[in-house]
Write a protein that binds this ligand. Sequence first.
Ligand code: BES
Ligand code: MN
Ligand code: MN
Length: 460
Amino acid sequence: MGSFELLIMIKEYLTQNKDRFLSELFELLRIPSVSADSKHSGDVRKAAEYLLEKLKAAGVDKVELCETAGHPIVFGEKIINPSLPTVLVYGHYDVQPPDPLDLWTSPPFEPVIKDDKIYARGSCDDKGQVYMHVKAFEAMTKLNALSCNIKFMIEGEEEVGSEHLATFVKENKAKLKADVILISDTAIISLDHPSITVGLRGLSYMEVEVTGPNRDLHSGVYGGAVANPINILSKMIASLHDEQGRVTIPGFYDKVVQLSASDREAINKAPFSLENYKKDLNIDDVKGEDGYTTVERTGIRPTLDVNGIWGGYTGEGAKTVLPSKAYAKISMRLVPNQENNEISELFAKHFKSIAPKSVKVKVTALHGGQAAVTPTDSKAFKAASAAFEEVWGKRPIPTRDGGSIPIVALFKKELGLDTVLMGFGLDSDAIHSPNEHYGIKNFMLGIETITAFYKHFSKS
Ligand code: BES
Ligand code: MN
Ligand code: MN
């Protein structure tokens, strides 16, 4: 069968089965597999079981739920010929918590289609993108067009740090033997500008607790004489950036790779409209480290952000209280060469050092991982690029994304495998936010592009 003919057949199969693909995906989206919330651990397992069934139905031979000390890993493989290349598909079936619920225009676990987009938690990150792989596999199997061996490893703890997957990878190197890892869990620039992610940031996620007096106090009787941990914490947090928008933790930038002028130029050549960016977010100005563009600030520079801050009275009305404790969750996005454990230590040391004597400070590292840069000269990258060119009619632009998939660096370290980040989301898909959505066009084109990837990869 000619390669053109094959693409036509695949297209036909996808068109004929589109409604069923969507209704199956909807079923998966109805399962509230929130990994962060132990109340949902039964649902997390249900999502794993659902995927297992669908992989089996699609023709994957060896499918199993691999138990871990946390949520199970869905594993499957189809080895058609040991002499052909093997692709290991990774993704995650767990999702972020849906809150704040009142900001959703339709319930997060009752998927609906509006303006050709699927609205549901997990529609883009990452159930919708995982499901493209299941359906691409189904189409190739049904049409006798499978040209590579495939392994699937879909985990349920990506959104909480992939702790048990890391152990699983270290303990199952033979099982995971492959030539490349393929992941759809990132974004393209736009439907007009397909792109392939070649860089992800690392992460260091901290929680801090500031304790003042041993109990909550009357803010009139004690206020002005005893340290208020919320006041203190706010000031400490404010001091973590200087006037130039740089992080003030000593040593934070020591290992940061400085990109050459030509690399920076290339990064800034990617289509990006600051006006549209601001309009989309309804902000009058952007803010970040001086001397870098918005694309550079998210792509190649490390950052520090407060993700949550709490303490004292936050209920209805007023309560005059000088709280005993204040807390914050603080994350740092890291770039190549920064080591997340080292950065966590630098943070802890610095944060304790800036605390006044009037309070006690506790710092805990929650999770983290290394940044990753994927090669653009590999067979697999070239196959992905050719797949986009064939299906989208345009050569994909390599981009560096600001988000993190810490397991990518671990795959390289433990398995020696490079990853191709062939994601199909859009930055405007509102992942982790209320009203997360995923374009049906992205979903369908994604399936097609994945099948084209296998074709090109097996030929190379
Ligand atoms: N799929 C995202 C990461 C992502 C999103 C990368 C968009 C590039 C573009 C992933 O599910 C995610 O949210 N990762 C977390 C890190 C994890 C350790 C909790 C993140 O980036 O916050
Ligand atoms: Mn994801
Ligand atoms: Mn996510």
